[in-house]
Design a protein around this ligand. Structure first.
Ligand SMILES: Nc1nc2c(ncn2[C@@H]2O[C@H](COP(=O)(O)OP(=O)(O)OP(=O)(O)O)[C@@H](O)[C@H]2O)c(=O)[nH]1
Length: 607
């Protein structure tokens, strides 16, 4: 494995906007290079988790080592064999940091653009991630088989927006297998080989990892300098922890054990690391004795930015939930959980995620793989509050948010949001962004399409923003964003009362200008979803002592069982059973049963 000089290696990734054909192209390359072999030819080989496949989104970056032998050309060239390390990248903004680390492990990328869609928001963001990492970009215009394809137009857009010469583009159809040979030739001809001195002190970048019950954490690394072998003593520079290497190897796919990994190589390292927090993506591996002078730049500890409470609907399941969270955490340094108690919901956990999709994935896994029924509270961002006594504290739990008289200021996280859309929808989309307290940074025209760049409070896009954007642009707009940092905001806590009791888990933080509208929306939605009781149930929204909105859940007119008096007993049983089923995902609060939907009332769309 290590005998091959780095000159014959190419490390690259495929980057694209969602659905532009990344997985299809990767599969086609694998197939072309025989890597599918005898294995079951599945739809999307690179997407490993069961859940990813169902959602059609790649979560884990799984590299694959391929061998490519150039054909013999008439001029007598060709015939050489190259090792191609194809590093997959997750295709969602929640995982942009992982994408940037995966790219840091490469020398080049295939930038894939759908010939019928053209450049989209994620195309631009991903291209800039590649440019920031000084990568060679090979533009590939995909789906040229589609009747609506305009390959030249898409190539021209790339040139106009990102400055990649249109004549560099390779036209392809991953589905029909067109242009695959050209793509492989472009990879070896245009993407530079890795450099680095195998004799230098070890310097390897961790770009992904997973937890294995027997081996501990398996690190996916790109060796930048030096060599790493079994029995080496290594140090993780940012974590400042040292380990002895058990095994190293490459991916073919599947983990293959090898002797060593040298500068330029992409492979895996197992070193009996038990805690994934010690081996975070972006950290640098070096020799314990012979250290590299500087860690690879740009390390950011995984930090959740969206928080939500997770409670078992059945209080008996608390331990089961804790065990499940512990298991998931083994594999996911970016996910956090801490016990929390809610007066309304009992014992649960405050969980932190990289974004809404990450939150949804974790929740779905808990329910499906661990068979748990959960109540999730509305997602919230982290607020920074300065109290009147000068103390500053951060909170992501609206229930803990202080009243106005106890604080002097609040700050909230902002993002830089980039939206790509046809010019016809610019008006309505700008209206939406303004409604979300956004301020424009730039507006770029490219032909009939426009890129809008806005600074927006993160909380404003958490809920229904993406759906609204899609619906007002008839599905044509695409978006991507990056975190910017904290800014002052005039924020209030809105409490929700059911049957005159504050339900702590329903509190939300909202901008002063929107408090009334949001309070109204929540109480109306609550009144709609809380089942009728034997008595009328008032639902109120308050700021401090002031009621800002109110609605009532009307009482039953008749007892459901009244009909059954004297009737046959099986019918009565059936009815009770039906009611019991309907009760799944309900939480008894005082005398009132509140369904999961009510806890997410704040997420319901305005329309
Ligand atoms: N007509 C046509 N369809 C294609 C081509 N390449 C991919 N597709 C289709 O486009 C859709 C999206 O392709 P994927 O490969 O899943 O896209 P992706 O970019 O990997 O998507 P994510 O994994 O969700 O990021 C699928 O329905 C593919 O069959 C192509 O060359 N021509």
């Amino acid at each position: 494995m290590s005998a091959r000089p780095p000159a014959a290696t190419r490390n690259f990734s495929i980057i694209a906007h969602v659905d532009h054909g990344k997985s299809t192209l990767a599969d086609r390359i694998l197939e072309r290079l025989g890597a599918m072999g005898e294995r079951d030819k599945r739809d999307q080989t690179l997407d490993t988790l069961e859940l990813e496949r169902e959602r059609g989104i790649t979560i884990k970056s799984t590299p694959i080592r391929l061998e490519y032998t150039r054909p013999l050309f008439e001029d007598g060239t060709g015939g050489e064999t190259y090792v191609l390390n194809l590093i997959d990248t997750p295709g969602h903004v929640d995982f942009n940091y992982e994408v940037s680390r995966s790219l840091a492990a490469c020398e080049g990328v295939l930038l894939l653009v759908d010939a019928s869609q053209g450049v989209e928001a994620q195309t631009i963001v991903n291209a800039y991630l590649a440019i920031d990492n000084n990568l060679e970009i090979v533009p590939v215009i995909n789906k040229i088989d589609l009747p609506a394809a305009d390959p030249e137009g898409a190539a021209k857009e790339l040139e106009d927006v990102i400055g990649i010469p249109a004549e560099d583009a390779v036209f392809a159809s991953a589905k029909a297998g067109i242009g695959i040979d050209e793509i492989l030739e472009a990879v070896v001809a245009r993407i530079p080989p890795p450099s680095g001195d195998p004799e230098a002190p070890l310097k390897a970048l961790i770009f992904d990892s997973f937890y294995d019950a027997y081996q501990g954490v398996i690190l996916f690394v790109r060796v930048l300098e030096g060599t790493v072998s079994a029995k080496d003593q290594i140090t993780l520079m940012n974590a400042d922890r040292s380990f002895e290497v058990d095994k190293v190897g490459t991916f073919t796919p599947g983990l293959v054990v090898g002797e060593q990994l040298q500068a330029g190589a992409v492979g895996w390292v197992a070193a009996g690391i038990k805690d994934i927090a010690d081996a975070q993506v972006g950290d640098t591996l070096t020799g314990r004795e012979r250290k590299t002078p500087e860690a690879f730049p740009g390390f950011k500890p995984a930090q959740p930015v969206v928080f939500s409470g997770l409670y078992p609907t059945d209080t008996e399941d608390y331990r089961k939930l804790r065990d499940a969270l512990e298991k998931l955490k083994l594999n996911d340094a970016a996910f956090s959980f801490d016990p929390e108690t809610s007066e309304a919901l009992g014992f649960g956990f405050r969980c932190g995620f990289l974004g809404l999709l990450h939150a949804e994935i974790i929740q779905e896994r808990l329910e499906r793989e661990y068979d748990l029924d959960l109540i999730a509270t509305a997602p919230a961002v982290v607020y920074r509050v300065t109290l009147t006594n000068g103390d500053v504290f951060e909170t992501q739990n609206p229930a803990e948010f202080p009243t106005r008289d106890r604080m002097t200021s609040v700050e909230e996280p902002y993002i830089k949001l980039s939206v790509m859309l046809p010019e016809d929808y610019v008006g309505p989309v700008m209206g939406l962004l303004q409604e979300r307290r956004g301020s424009m940074v730039t507006m770029n025209y490219l032909g009939k399409r426009v890129e809008l760049v806005y600074e927006v409070p993160f909380a404003e896009i958490l809920y229904d923003f993406h759906d609204r954007l899609k619906s007002i642009s008839r599905g044509y707009a695409s978006m991507d964003y990056e975190q910017l940092g904290y800014r002052d905001g005039d924020l209030r806590k809105v409490d929700i009362l059911v049957n005159n009791e504050i339900i702590d888990a329903l509190a939300v933080i909202v901008h002063e200008t929107k408090a009334y509208a949001l309070g109204r929306k929540i109480v109306d939605k609550m009144a709609e979803v809380i089942p009728r009781q034997m008595f009328p149930v008032p639902v109120q929204a308050t700021i401090g002592a002031k009621i800002i909105a109110r609605a009532t859940v009307k009482a039953y007119r008749k007892d459901v069982l009244a009909k059954c008096y004297g009737g046959d007993i099986s019918r009565k049983k059936k009815l009770l059973n039906k009611q019991k089923k309907g009760r799944a995902r309900m939480k008894q609060i005082g005398t009132v049963e509140v369904p999961q939907e009510a806890f997410l009332a704040v997420l319901s769309t305005d329309e």
